[in-house]
Design a protein around this ligand. Sequence first.
Ligand code: PEP
Ligand code: MG
Length: 609
Amino acid sequence: MRSTHSYGRSSTRTNGRPCLPAGGLRRDRMEIRKGIAVSPGVAIAPAIVLDSEQFRITRRSIEPGEVEAELARFRGAVDRALAEVRELRQRVTRDIGDKLGAIFEVQDRLLTDPGVTQEICEIIQREHYAPEYAASTILRGYARKFLNLPNRYMAERVTDVYDVEKRLLRNLIGARRESLGTLTEPVVIVAHDLTPSQTASLDRTKILGFATDLGGRTSHTTIIARAMGIPAVVGLKTITADISGGDSLIIDGNRGLVVINPDEPAVARFREAQRRFGLMEKELGDLRDLPAVTLDGHEVKLWGNIEFPHDVSTCLARGANGIGLYRTEFLYLDRDQDPTEEEHFQAYAEAIGLLKGQPLTIRTCDLGADKFTHLSGDYDERNPFLGCRSIRFSLQHIGLFKTQLRAILRASALGPTRIMFPLITNLKELRQAKMLLNDVREDLEDEDVRFDADMQVGIMIEVPSAAIMARHFARECDFFSIGTNDLVQYTLAVDRSNERVASLYTPGHPAVLRLIRTVVEAAKEAGIGVAVCGEMAGEPNYTPVLLGLGVDGFSVSPATLPEIKKVIRSATMDQAREICDKVFRFDSDREVDAYLSEISRRLLPEMFA
Ligand code: PEP
Ligand code: MG
């Protein structure tokens, strides 16, 4: 979520004196850039700008008599590059888990694919070009193919191709690997892009954070950064051009901000945010096993949002008592075929096993719009966010949908499992989805396959039509989960990923709050559960108002779990209701957000200085 913040939006400029100790070229003015927050935490340090490690490859020819020796040199480079990739994969698997280690599979495949190496060898043999030129030409051809794919997940794999190219060239040319190993002082890194290998090799004690021009939430680089706990902001477009080595920098991986040459008040403010984050990390041990209960004993569910089954462990370690949103579309990441029923099942079974009796809420695939499967390439939509995404996509691909439903039902026999359908906009969709679920149930019964016949079926409330009609939906499902990321986007007509309208995007808008109230009231009336699983649930400023509205579950990203638990534990329900009443008297998001910031400071002065 692009939250509001008191210190301005992208490109906000404030006069002030940069105050962090650092050399290099200086500007007089603080500048703030907004990018995509991909790994939480706040880093404050001088920047180093990584050069893009461009090798100058000329179209060098070789003599016919040199061909054999050059082929041998190329094959040696491939072997060494492959050994490096495998070693890196082993290290990442050991340090941060096998799913992340598997990210290097793409590179392994490129280096071992006989077709790819054959193409390179042919150019060396037939055209008599040097291996450097041959390898670079062929691999860049592959990169172009990736880049041209309309499927964004696949297009982001282009960094893996560049990674392999650089690795091969380094091994051919014998250039030294990146010099980050020689750092003596903590720094933050600014780069056009970081390859997954570079990220996995970062020394966490010296590299406090990174910011890049390119990158998205789902790139391998950012997935690795998250797992390593390195604060990161990506997608900043021109950050390498805006910064000189030695500039002071703040990287706020919680809000997606980069502050260049911050003035003293900004440094103080971000140190404060950093302190709060650190405080929560320290308090984590104490907080983890405490219930998410208000001062007067009202308990709510505090769950984690996950993208991969192994994220369950992080959520539990940070005090979650279940998973309120498993974004299963990540099963489609990096593949050119749909996952099989068995692959779905294995992923759910892994999550359920790790949860040891705590509930798992599986959201059926939310594909389309910004989340692609290889099938998405077949469609070209002018307005993908208003197009065939999410449940609409599932209902148009019944085979794919039923495969997932079968796997979810089978997994439900292993532990408490709930299913929810995303982006429901009308009752017909819910009924169709439930009908397909029933068909699958009957098939499983016929086959004598076990499943939980009482598995709860819920829907996400992510569009105004569903919120307004919540009373009707509540009669036909077991729970609601409010997806505020989309609800805000569709209510305010603000693209959640468009930087130019980011200042308009806030859950504090009275229209959004009113829709949430309608949904909660409908759920209460029908006696069904209602949680919030969008980023709003992980913003401590909104916790009292959601509590006051009567939300009974918060499902948040693992980074924010302790903070939210702490806020829940700091208020009574009477206070929360009072805050809520007051909030509904305001008619602008500015007033709402200013008031809620003030409340946070009052409730927890040590946290919100
Ligand atoms: C939401 O829209 O709030 C939500 C949780 O779903 P996603 O962010 O995956 O679209
Ligand atoms: Mg959504």
